[in-house]
Design a protein around this ligand. Structure first.
Ligand code: NDP
Ligand code: HSE
Length: 435
């Protein structure tokens, strides 16, 4: 029997994910020691209430409300409290006391990432965060390590399970957003307050993390353009379905050229978009996540799986933990974040994509020419146009698909359409992605 040295692990948080991490650490202690090269000794679990009922039966003596004392003397601290404070203060305390840190906290990384990575680099500590994006899906390490020799051009991610469940349900059952959200809440996918999910904040935090990693550039969450799904209607989903598309909330991270200077830049944005049903992302159903990566040498890669859940997310946390323990055993400092490229982040108005614009118009001679003229005047090229007669006599519905156009030009086009007397209303504007 090999005698392994022990490394002390302090767990901060014993909720949905933390309790599963503790369970796996205790149940698989011998196997993990053999894989990592050292025993992972769980020294305690910091929570708010040591007597709270837990999903998992864990030894009561492990629980404490004194997170600070637990951190002192730990070799590795696993932060699974969530939110900004006290998570930020405790993680900094852990790093400054010489511990490595594993976290699943996307809000913390997207908001205070630079401060935490800087602190870790100063003392040679490792800050690992595989579970912060995509739950169980390995995506952080593939981007950081496996693809370190390649150039990532674009990432299209379905990184929020709640909104994917809602949009998928609208697509497959014809449900309204309200009804699909109620179903997501009943199933426990959506929180009592679903704002972070349906308004795109959660996806924007994940986009900031992915873009920073993929482009070796600090992309603050404030520079991620964000639109949620609250404006998506059953009619839009139905119309997309008929045209061979499915509506998904996408986190898009893109390497591109500044259209004004021609310089290399990046963009990070979150919005609902139409995705061709032939694209691999269209087949991502329910609350699953997927990240589609386009790289110069590797070509297209797809990472798919459970984006949330206690045991699923714990799997990614344990992977980080074993990697950190292995580094302890081998010796040497942690791997610092790479932000050397320092590429500028473009404003949404400078980004180009394709659009589907639906308008209600008067059905009379010269209307099509007038509409075409408005698009042309703003430099937006029409790719296809479909007209159907409206139930309302003397009215018609036009669905206009554009070639790639600049966001600012499209916005000007839509404003001009809305102001034109032949247009009753602009009923829908959706981006088309994944071509
Ligand atoms: P929970 O809310 O289920 O658990 C939070 C835990 O932190 C609880 O045990 C709570 O204690 C404890 N806690 C809260 N405040 C304090 C404090 N001030 N001091 C000490 N302990 C405290 O969260 P989750 O497990 O769902 O999430 C943890 C992290 O994982 C978050 O960053 C989340 O974003 C991330 N994540 C979660 C996923 C999921 O599916 N749940 C998926 C991917 C990432 P008590 O139990 O006593 O209330
Ligand atoms: N609220 C998130 C989701 C949990 O719905 O995907 C995982 O980060």
């Amino acid at each position: 029997m090999i005698e392994y040295r022990s490394l002390r692990v302090a767990l901060l948080g014993g909720g949905t994910v933390g309790s599963q991490v503790a369970r796996l650490l205790l149940e698989h202690a011998d196997e993990l020691a053999a894989r990592a090269g050292a025993r992972i000794e769980l020294t305690g679990i910091a929570v708010r209430d040591v007597d709270a009922k837990r999903d998992v039966d864990l030894p009561h003596e492990l629980f404490t409300t004194d997170a600070e004392s637990l951190i002192l003397g730990a070799d590795i601290v696993v932060e699974l409290i969530g939110g900004l404070e006290p998570a930020r203060t405790l993680v900094l305390q852990a790093i400054n006391s010489g511990a490595d840190v594993v976290t699943a906290n996307k809000a913390l990384l997207a908001t205070h990432g630079p401060e935490l990575f800087e602190a870790a680099e100063q003392v040679g500590a490792q800050l690992a965060y595989e579970a912060a994006v995509g739950g169980a899906i390995p995506i952080i390490r593939p981007l950081r390590d496996s693809m370190a020799g390649d150039t990532v051009d674009r990432i299209l991610g379905i990184v929020n399970g709640t909104t994917n469940y809602i949009l998928d349900r609208m697509d497959t059952t014809g449900d309204s957003l309200e009804s699909a959200l109620a179903a997501a809440t009943a199933l426990g996918y959506a929180e009592a307050d679903p704002t972070a999910d349906i308004e795109g904040y959660d996806a924007a935090q994940k986009a900031a993390i992915l873009a920073s990693l993929a482009f070796h550039t600090l992309v603050p969450v404030e520079q991620v353009h964000r639109e949620g799904i609250t404006g998506v209607t059953a009619a839009q989903v139905e119309s997309a379905r008929k045209a061979g598309y499915v509506v998904k909330l996408l986190a898009i991270c893109e390497r591109l050229r500044d259209p004004d200077t021609g310089d290399e830049a990046v963009s990070a944005r979150v919005y609902p978009a139409m995705v061709d049903r032939a694209h691999p992302l269209a087949a991502v159903h329910g609350a699953n996540n997927a990240v589609f990566v386009e790289a110069s040498a590797a070509g297209d890669l797809m990472f798919y799986g459970a984006g949330a859940g206690g045991a699923e997310t714990a799997s990614a946390v344990l992977g980080d933990l074993v990697a950190v323990v292995r580094r302890h055993v081998a010796g040497g400092p942690g791997i610092a974040e790479s932000t050397h490229a320092e590429l500028p982040v473009l404003d949404i108005g400078q980004v180009t994509t394709r659009y589907a614009v639906t308008i209600e118009v008067l059905d009379q001679p010269g209307v099509l020419a007038a509409i075409a003229q408005i698009f042309a005047a703003h430099g937006v090229s029409v790719e296809q146009l479909e007209q159907t007669l409206s139930d309302d006599a003397g009215r018609a519905t036009l669905v206009i698909g554009t070639h790639e156009a600049r966001e600012s030009s499209l916005a000007d086009t839509v404003a001009a359409l809305a102001a034109d007397p032949v247009v009753d209303q602009v009923t829908s504007v959706l981006r088309v992605e994944g071509a």
